[in-house]
Design a protein around this ligand. Structure first.
Ligand SMILES: [Zn+2]
Length: 317
């Protein structure tokens, strides 16, 4: 049973509006088994056309010029890669990002994502074998395995080959502990949330609504007259989207805080926070929210509670 070891070079979308991690090169080797004979190789440099700016990581790719000067669009390279994979059902990669990123690119360009039912994360296998706690770079793992660095790293084809070789050392047995399936939700496009409006702050992402509502940044309040800082202890909501809180400055009285909870496509939450003016309309909204549901904020994070308990315990002894 052969398998396909795949690696990507890409331009991280972090520094531009579109959040796609745009693939610049697909490299792969077909091996009889990890560490076994290489029976096929695939390489495609891809012309980028989504991102306008190069991320710092992409800028230092040794063969970036081959991508920038490539005439091959993603669609064509991806189709050729699928043909190379043919009937293979087992895949491997270094880490757990590249098949996701490849799938997200496919979805972005309106193509069917490749969703391996079984792929081996060689990095996890390596960490397990050597007892490492931090995720090592492929270069380090290859060096550890005594593999000569005769081929330049951060070329997708070379990295796929190095991954296959390190896999021979680390994943001689294919164990469920480092074998995964790629699911449709893994390749859903990541949509950046709306920009905050003027006088709003956006915070997040949060894994849950509770974490957002308990977040100290979200709960921060300040008297507009004397700038005395305070904190929201209870949120009120009539609709589960707009949350209102009130902070009372001992001298100047009421400060309103409003938080809009927005769920992203990836199921995480963002908040848009502002201090609406104390006017009749807003006080009516606060009253309506009070009549709805109340969320009582956690007094301290469990970790902080543990810490203070520990301190108290130490004082006693
Ligand atoms: Zn005040």
């Amino acid at each position: 049973m052969a398998l396909v070891v795949m690696d990507l070079e890409f331009n991280s979308g972090m520094y531009s509006k579109a959040s796609l991690e745009e693939v610049l090169q697909i490299g792969a080797v077909r091996v009889e088994r990890l560490g076994g004979p290489i029976v096929g190789a695939f390489n495609a440099f891809i012309k980028p056309r989504v991102q306008k700016r190069l991320s710092p990581g992409a800028r230092v790719l040794p063969e970036l010029a081959d991508s920038l000067e490539s005439g091959v669009p993603f669609e064509e390279a991806y189709q050729a890669f699928l043909e190379f994979c043919a009937e293979e059902t087992v895949f491997a990669e270094w880490g757990r990002d590249d098949f996701k990123i490849l799938g997200r690119n496919a979805v972005h360009f309106g193509l069917t994502p490749l969703l391996p039912e079984r792929y081996i994360d060689v990095q996890s296998a390596f960490m397990r074998t050597v007892g490492a706690e931090n995720s090592p770079q492929l270069t380090l793992a290859a060096e550890y395995c005594g593999i000569p660095d005769s081929f330049v790293f951060h070329n997708a084809l070379n990295d796929a080959m190095y991954t296959a070789l390190v896999g021979g050392f680390a994943a001689r047995e294919v164990l469920p502990e480092y074998t995964y399936a790629l699911l449709p939700e893994d390749v859903r496009p990541v949509v950046k949330p709306d920009k905050p409006r003027k006088n709003q702050t956006r915070l997040g992402p949060f894994a849950s609504a509770e974490l957002a509502l308990n977040n100290m940044g979200c709960r921060r309040a300040m008297c507009l007259a004397c700038r005395k800082p305070g904190r929201i202890h209870e949120w009120y909501t009539a609709d589960g989207q707009y949350y209102y809180g009130e902070y009372i400055c001992p001298v100047h009285g009421s400060v309103l805080r409003r938080l809009r909870l927005a769920e992203g496509q990836d199921g995480r939450f963002w908040t848009y926070n502002d201090s609406p003016a104390i006017c009749r309309d807003n006080l009516a909204r606060l009253e309506a929210a009070r009549a709805g549901e109340t969320f009582v904020c956690r007094r301290k994070s469990p970790r902080a509670r543990r810490r203070s308990r520990k301190r108290r315990g130490k004082k006693k002894s």
